[in-house]
Design a protein around this ligand. Structure first.
Ligand SMILES: C[S@@+](CC[C@H](N)C(=O)[O-])C[C@H]1O[C@@H](n2cnc3c(N)ncnc32)[C@H](O)[C@@H]1O
Length: 162
């Protein structure tokens, strides 16, 4: 919506605090998106360094954002819920690097930075944030919830807030 300029303003709402640090850094921390993109392309992905890095407390919101990106890429199946283990063999036996595409992430983040005047982010409950806009005929909501109903209930396993 923002990229195609189909809306004047796009407000994204996410409940997960860790995921929130990523959007906050990209959209509301001046220079944060550039910092995050640079941090991603300069990171050396090795098993010992990743385990140590993910185990250490983050010193800042930016660091927390970077840890969240790494976790999402190296946790088995991209699981963001607490307690997920690291990828073992990964796709094509490439292990930890199997889902780590630093240049792609860098490009996406920098593209989002370019459109950040049309984007805003709130960490919280989307239903609560949207409620006051519900009567507005010009407001549209797109909801991409954890998919908890069908089959294996992937949404319950993947997310902290399912
Ligand atoms: C299928 S994922 C969608 C992620 C997002 N569309 C994206 O592309 O990154 C579902 C997300 O909904 C979030 N979530 C769950 N309940 C929520 C709520 N009440 N308000 C906002 N986000 C919520 C979860 O934390 C999870 O990240």
């Amino acid at each position: 919506m923002a990229a195609e300029r189909l809306a004047h303003r796009v407000l994204m709402v996410e409940r997960d605090e860790a995921v929130g640090t990523v959007w906050h850094t990209i959209l509301h921390d001046h220079g944060g998106g550039e910092w995050l993109a640079q941090r991603i392309v300069s990171f050396i992905m090795e098993h010992d360094s990743v385990a140590e890095f993910l185990g250490a407390p983050a010193a800042s919101v930016r660091d927390q954002a970077f840890q969240t990106i790494v976790k999402n890429r190296v946790n088995r199946g991209g699981i963001m819920a607490p307690g997920a283990g690291l990828v073992k063999a990964g796709e094509n036996g490439k292990g930890l690097s199997s889902r780590w595409y630093p240049e792609t992430l860098q490009k996406r983040i920098l593209d989002i930075v370019q459109m950040r005047d049309r984007l805003a982010f709130v960490q919280g409950d989307g239903l609560v944030v949207f409620a006051p806009h519900a009567p507005d005929p010009h407001a549209v909501s797109f909801i991409d919830p954890p998919y908890t109903v069908a089959g294996k209930r992937a949404g319950s396993r993947l997310h902290k807030y399912s």
